[in-house]
Write a protein that binds this ligand. Sequence first.
Ligand code: ADP
Length: 202
Amino acid sequence: MTVAAFTLGLTGGIGSGKSTIANMFAELGAGLIDTDLIAHQITGPDGIAMPAIEEEFGSEFILASGAMNRQKMREHVFSKPDEKNRLERILHPMIRAATESAAKDTPGSYLIFVVPLLVESSSWQQRVSRILVVDCPEETQIERVIHRNGMTRAQVVAIMQTQASREQRLQAADDVIVNQGDLNEIRDQVRVLHRKYLLYSK
Ligand code: ADP
């Protein structure tokens, strides 16, 4: 299978509704590639990143299952940019390679890469034909993530502070879906964009 020429990068802050919106596009026939899922797979039991992670960070970051201890790693790199870079130097090229390989095998009228930190990455921005930002007020993000993950407000805010701001994301956007309120209305916005993307992918 050849890689579709038109590729959409879908991004948004934590809890903005990326997965919800991406699934709506998939129902209409777009091919989905979720980079978060790929990151989980490569750091799961037998994941291709695990030998390098063990060598670089030590066996204390590996669970009995062979997967990366995500919580311990998150805490380890949280406020240490050098350690975060060390981890990203291992993971990012592998995520990119696995993404390109998935792109070759994913059917769909066009491809959507779901990339949480797309606006933070110039190489991702260059890879996609167009950027769709899923947007909502920050307070809505916080409430959704507290509800979805059982995190505290402080934990959610701390994660949001490591991500691009709402304004930065909107500046990088070619298209925006305001994901607040009735999901049926949001589905209508998705349909309109999907028709446009079908034209671009012809
Ligand atoms: P992300 O992938 O950006 O982290 P999700 O798609 O998982 O966000 O959405 C976060 C949470 O908010 C989920 O529990 C989801 O069901 C809910 N959600 C998303 N969009 C809406 C909406 N328009 N109205 C109500 N709940 C929503």
